[in-house]
Design a protein around this ligand. Structure first.
Ligand code: F6R
Length: 259
């Protein structure tokens, strides 16, 4: 089962996950990070900024989970822009080593396969950061997504478009299509770290961690993975049946065991 860590606040989550990422970056000559966008991973990137200041990160490679289709990469809300602004520049990563799926319409038919090849060519993702949508998506794998899916175009649900409208001037501006790593792609990463904060995510988190495996709740696919860490605040944990057991387990965790 996933290890569930219930933390006091976003900063504690950011510190816990950033420490693990630093361990990875320091222990491997060619670490590959799986990068998420949206609001959720911000505390992790913030904590990484402090921890990586002044360190050599020229060997760090990264792959974003998803991108909007048809949105100019120079648009401030394209995930290419977001990754550059919030991850690559502040952490001092080499932009040539950080990839984002190509959402250009002209080449979209082969963009999924190209991305899969690029991930495989890098030796796969070591640690994949994940947020979770209120629809239960990870990446942009909306309900109904196959557990075996690979990087491909998906149509965003209206709920996800409404959820993401806060980043755009109006709902009309939110793209309808995206290109996203599939659930099968995500499951190939060696360690999945899913973060969620706030009451609005509680139901999706409970379904992902404790519900039945179902493509109707795509994040439940994490139950198929041997190494998953779910980091949640009290509000996002509020519907977890085994919350007390998760707290007990973490409090009694052997000192030698990382997340
Ligand atoms: C982002 C992504 C999405 C978000 C999810 C939650 O790259 O793949 O799955 O993680 O929509 O978004 P926030 O964090 O903004 O609540």
């Amino acid at each position: 089962m996933a290890e569930v860590v219930i933390v006091e606040n976003k900063d504690a989550a950011g510190a816990l996950v950033a420490d693990e990422m630093v361990r990875l970056i320091e222990s491997k000559p060619d670490p590959v990070l799986g990068l998420a966008t949206g609001s959720t991973p911000t505390p992790v990137y913030q904590a990484l900024r402090e921890r990586l200041a002044g360190r050599d990160v020229s060997h760090v490679r990264g792959f974003a989970l998803d991108e909007y289709v048809g949105l100019d990469p120079a648009h401030p809300e394209s995930y290419r822009s977001v990754i550059t602004r919030e991850v690559v520049e502040p952490l001092g990563l080499d932009p040539a080593l950080i990839q984002v799926p190509n959402g250009a319409e002209e080449t979209i038919e082969r963009a999924g396969d190209d991305y899969e090849q690029a991930i495989l060519g890098a030796g796969g993702v070591d640690l994949q950061l994940l947020g979770i949508g209120t629809t239960g998506h990870i990446g942009f794998n909306e309900p109904g997504s196959s557990f075996a899916s690979t990087t491909r175009v998906k149509t965003l649900t209206e709920q996800t478009r409404r959820d993401n409208a806060r980043f755009f001037a109006s709902l009309d501006e939110v793209p309808r299509h995206c290109i996203t790593q599939g659930l099968g792609t995500i499951l190939r990463a060696r360690h999945l770290v899913l973060l969620a904060f706030g009451e609005g995510k509680a139901q999706a988190v409970a379904g992902a961690v404790e519900g039945p495996l179902s493509s109707m709740l795509p994040a439940s696919a994490i139950q198929l993975h041997p190494h998953v860490t779910v980091v949640v605040d009290e509000a996002a944990a509020s519907r977890l049946e085994l919350a007390d057991y998760y707290r007990y387990t973490f409090a009694n965790k052997p000192a030698w065991q990382g997340i």
